[in-house]
Design a binder for this molecule. Sequence first.
Ligand code: FAD
Length: 415
Amino acid sequence: MRKYSAFAIAREAFRQHSGWQRAWRSPELKKSYSVVIVGAGGHGLATAYYLAKNHGIRDIAVIEKGWLGGGNTGRNTTIIRSNYLQDESAAIYEKARGLYEGLSAELNYNIMFSPRGVMMLAQTEHELRSFHRVNQANTLQGVATEMLTPAQVKAKVPIMEINGPRYPVLGALWQARGGTARHDAVAWGYARAASDLGVDIIQQTEVIGITQVGGQVTGVQTTRGDVACKKLGIVVAGHSGVLAEMAGFRLPIESVSLQALVSEPIKPCIDVVVMANTVHGYLSQSDKGELVIGGGADGYNNYTQRGSFHHIEETVRALIETFPIISRLKQLRQWGGIVDMTGDRSPIIGKTPLGGCFINCGWGTGGFKSIPGSGWALAATMALGEPDKLAAPFGLERFAEGRFIDESVAAGVAH
Ligand SMILES: Cc1cc2nc3c(=O)[nH]c(=O)nc-3n(C[C@H](O)[C@H](O)[C@H](O)COP(=O)(O)OP(=O)(O)OC[C@H]3O[C@@H](n4cnc5c(N)ncnc54)[C@H](O)[C@@H]3O)c2cc1C
């Protein structure tokens, strides 16, 4: 695969862009692979990439029922941060954030990582105390965060009304190296790099069954025929329960729709990411000028990619208290994704009751930020056959053992 570079842009400018190659191959599905990954979202593609790059396993198919990156990876609000409460979470999210820092160079693909800073507002005394606790935990974990005073918040975000009628801003937890990245580009970058290493990415192909002999996975049934494999990775976010049922086990996961919306594009007015957990809304501005706004998850389980209409109203109404200047903006579009929620708001990474079958799910409303770390950890786990250090605390067995990794505080708002 030809490298993208300033020289390549110049060269193509002189020959009317006739020399660009396709970003990834579209191969035929083979009859067997060493490893099959179900789901070409960010997590599945990153897993395939690190399996090939870190572990030299290249006989891999990533099978996707739609188009790659068309699930939650292409539907999220792209917030990246690692200021979680528990040590296990901080380790994997900080690994991911660190990988994001160098990902454009690593993948030779501009993922537009923008470490503009993430601010989590404290708008009640309880929230302020919780964030002080997270800040102290982060200090011990080596994750760089700090508390901001209301005046410091106002200085960073002049458009914010910090003396709001219901919930004045009492402070904020600030992670300066948090930020955003272009979600599609993360999927495309991993796809291109994985394809270049020999991974077959098979789109428009649904996995409809999982075959096994004597408790060991032997392959998958797809809408394009059967495929044998020695190891299987299930990385399908909101459809994890469906795939688990095919494999013959159950997951402690609920699937709900989470939605987001963008405003019409306006001139730059906010250059950090703000999360307002109490009123439940979050906001950043895209490079195109749209305000990217996220809200809550549906209150009932479903597989729609729409979201309930009343959430839009609630989210916007809540944010207007803190950002009165957005009150007259028009909404450009709205969408939903199917998120996979665990009871302790932490993911599941590791082995399953079916031999040779591994799973990575439960990232719920907040798994975009973890894509590089999670792909890294699942790849190591699949290659070794045992959970690696990052993945080990997140095994499925923790629900039977009562060993929860409670992130309900730090996961807070819906991501
Ligand atoms: C509105 C919204 C806002 C969000 N905001 C943030 C945020 O700001 N920050 C953050 O960190 N996270 C956020 N998230 C969460 C984040 O998007 C997800 O955790 C993450 O993208 C999950 O990635 P994935 O690769 O696991 O899943 P997906 O990207 O959903 O990929 C799974 C893929 O599996 C495929 N699939 C399913 N079943 C089958 C089958 N039977 N056969 C073949 N393929 C199958 C699907 O088509 C899909 O492409 C948000 C999510 C939503 C919906």
